[in-house]
Design a protein around this ligand. Structure first.
Ligand code: ZN
Length: 355
């Protein structure tokens, strides 16, 4: 949490830093000592996506001395609507490389420690050991539970945020005497019940809002001032523009932070959460898929099959815009046309599947 260094052990600021942080230095709540605490702080951001982008930029601009970044993804066009640390020219580049470059441009005094890896039960404790505060910017349940448990085991605060469509949540978990994520959610939801942002969408601005609440909490923890979100879950409703708050209590029965914990080491979180805990293609049910091109070939070859179109209206619109022009030529079946006894094609595949 707040640095344990005595004031005379805190790193000094050079003249350029004094100028750069002058608006902080004149605030009584920050001042020279607070700015030195920020410089001494080591904050680990898990993910440089929607939440991680604004977080990392603002923490860097504020003068957090060491910023760890964990990500193994590559910038994609669909990221640009909200992941503001990545620019159009970065599409195809590793996110870490892109983020590191932007942070250096915004504040060259920040020491960036990149970890180009997936956070796992094998590496989490080792990676966490070099940091004071962990900020969770992930978008999947396995990593969220992993981050929580690793924070409890290492005694580091977990600055949590999550987003979906117009709604977000933020809290500070696993701080000394405060509840952890598992006090609130002991078990992950059943696989597939909670859609990911890739499936359900997210308002591009929302991770900015929630990510900056997380960044604010991280700064407050470093300064050791204010009233952090420990024991409080902040609920953000961007559509109604309402902020509500739920009181959270530490659960004495909690399996990781309770008085008699049953989980005492990191587990297999993929298995714990089920396969659908992560953002990945929807085809996790073993049903084979064919591409639009394959479908077009079959239609051109006048193969005999029934095409069942299960696209959503939005996906159908993409066809109209010409993105999937091959499927646009398809003649689709009506329910009464479907014959349960009709065989699948010779390859044993269904006649067509969702695109
Ligand atoms: Zn707990």
């Amino acid at each position: 949490m707040a640095t344990t260094l005595a004031p005379d052990q805190l790193p000094a600021l050079n003249n350029e830093e004094i100028l750069r942080y002058s608006r902080h230095l004149i605030m009584p709540e920050v001042g020279m000592e607070g700015q030195q605490k920020l410089k001494a702080a080591r904050v680990l951001c898990i993910g440089t996506g929607g939440l991680g982008s604004p977080l990392a930029l603002y923490l860097a601009a504020a003068g957090v001395g060491t910023l760890g970044l964990v990500d193994f993804d590559v910038v994609d066009f669909t990221n640009l609507q909200r992941q503001i640390i990545h620019f159009t020219d970065d599409v195809g580049r590793p996110k870490l490389e892109s983020a590191r470059q932007k942070i250096a441009a915004i504040n060259p005094f920040v020491n960036v420690k990149p970890f180009e890896t997936k956070l796992t039960s094998q590496n989490a404790l080792q990676i966490f050991s070099d940091f004071d505060i962990i900020v969770d910017g992930t978008d999947n349940f396995p990593t969220r539970f992993l981050v929580n448990d690793a924070c409890v085991f290492t005694g580091k605060p977990n600055v949590y945020g999550s987003i979906f469509r117009f709604e977000g949540q933020a809290s500070v978990f696993a701080a000394k005497d405060g509840p952890c994520y598992r006090c609130l959610y002991p078990e992950p939801p059943p696989p597939g019940l909670v859609p990911s942002c890739a499936e359900g969408g997210v308002l591009g601005i929302l991770p900015g809002l929630v990510g900056l609440i997380q960044a604010t909490e991280a700064i407050k923890l470093i300064l050791g001032s204010g009233n952090p979100l420990i024991g409080r879950l902040l609920l953000v409703d961007a559509l109604g523009m309402k902020f509500r708050e739920l009181k959270l209590r530490k659960n004495p029965e909690c399996v990781v932070c309770g008085t008699h914990p049953t989980v005492t080491k990191l587990i297999d979180y993929e298995e714990f959460c089920g396969l659908r805990g992560q953002e990945q293609p929807v085809n996790q049910n073993g049903v084979p898929e064919i591409t639009v091109e394959e479908l077009k070939q079959r239609m051109d070859a006048k193969q005999d099959f029934v095409l069942l179109d299960v696209r959503s209206p939005a996906e159908h619109d993409e066809v109209r815009k010409g993105r999937f022009c091959a499927a646009g030529c398809a003649r689709t079946a009506r329910i009464p046309d479907l014959q349960p006894q009709r065989p699948t094609d010779p390859a044993g595949r269904p006649a067509a599947s969702r695109q």
